[in-house]
Design a protein around this ligand. Structure first.
Ligand code: ATP
Ligand code: ZN
Length: 284
């Protein structure tokens, strides 16, 4: 028995999806021209599919789990379970209009024709904002629609904004912020649930490792108390004596988002030779 995972065949999520599995210690052969592959050292079968089809395959049980952007998940609105945000494939679904057009509020979109591949998400958003606009569904190259006179505005995925810029458009409204998520079928067997939780355990270990740093520093012994109070640590900091008398080496783990604040406080309290090291995996 194997757990079947669906990932994007070729596109913006493919590489990171495969890397995630690899970082979880699961080796799969590169499937660029294949429909499926088997993992060598985990009971996992990998299907390579178009991202748009993945939610349906999971709902139907053809795949047990899969990775897609939240944008695709919401647009397709299938009966599947969201298991975990994965921290990659970050983008936003935004409304953009020609750069030279004025824009004060979303009401300015009233009666405009908006081209998008995300008609379901967009129509819900416009309804919520009480704006009546015309949605024109197209499947690709949305960003050229205003330039060729097909629409007055677009609603499309943006990350850096350079595509918008080169098409003479400006982003005026963020409809949704999205990242890749792990989905699962709602009726997995007990055995498959166990495999999924094994995989999830590894994914979480990677995610918390990315959000934390290992920190080493030297401190005079008389300052140790203050320094230990600043450092949270997984349990409490490790303290080792240095060869130089009256000094210690302190080791701990700090959260990425509190990092700079903590470093400043440590310096103020006499810490020296601060080293910060990435953590590969973290089991809490
Ligand atoms: P497919 O052939 O699988 O249907 P696609 O053309 O629909 O591919 P991609 O452009 O590869 O899809 O994007 C896949 C996902 O990557 C998007 O649905 C979105 O979640 C995410 N993504 C991240 N950044 C961006 C971006 N700048 N533009 C588009 N998608 C992005
Ligand atoms: Zn797609």
């Amino acid at each position: 028995m194997k757990l079947k995972i669906a990932i994007q065949k070729s596109g913006r999520l493919s590489e990171e999806s495969i890397r995630l599995l690899r970082d979880c210690g699961i080796e799969i052969s590169n499937g660029l021209n294949k429909l499926k592959a088997e993992a060598a050292n985990f009971p996992l079968e990998v299907f390579f599919l178009r991202d748009d089809d993945i939610p349906q395959y999971i709902e139907d049980g053809v795949a047990d789990i899969g990775i897609v952007g939240e944008n695709v998940l919401l647009e397709k609105n299938k009966n599947v379970r969201t298991i975990e945000k994965l921290g990659f494939g970050k983008c936003r679904l935004s409304i953009a209009i020609p750069r030279d057009k004025p824009f004060n509020s979303i009401k300015d979109l009233t009666k405009l024709k908006i081209a998008t591949s995300y008609s379901s998400i967009l129509s819900q958003y416009l309804k919520k904002k009480k704006v009546k606009a015309e949605i024109h569904e197209i499947s690709g190259s949305v960003e050229i629609a205003p330039g060729i006179g097909l629409a007055d505005a677009i609603c499309d995925l943006v990350s850096s904004g350079s595509t918008l810029l080169s098409n003479g458009l400006k982003e005026v409204e963020v409809v949704l912020r999205s990242e890749a998520v792990l989905l699962s079928n709602k009726n997995l067997s007990k055995e498959k649930k166990e495999l999924l939780s094994k995989l999830l355990f590894r994914i979480k270990a990677l995610r918390s490792a990315k959000n934390n740093k290992y920190i080493l520093l030297n401190a005079p012994n008389k300052k140790l108390k203050q320094i230990c109070n600043i450092l949270p640590g997984m349990k409490s900091p490790t303290i080792l004596p240095l060869a130089e008398k009256g000094w210690s080496s302190v080791h701990s783990v700090v959260k990425e988002d509190q990092f700079w604040e903590i470093i400043e406080k440590l310096k103020e309290n006499g810490a020296q030779g601060i080293l910060v090291v990435p953590i590969e995996k973290m089991i809490v």
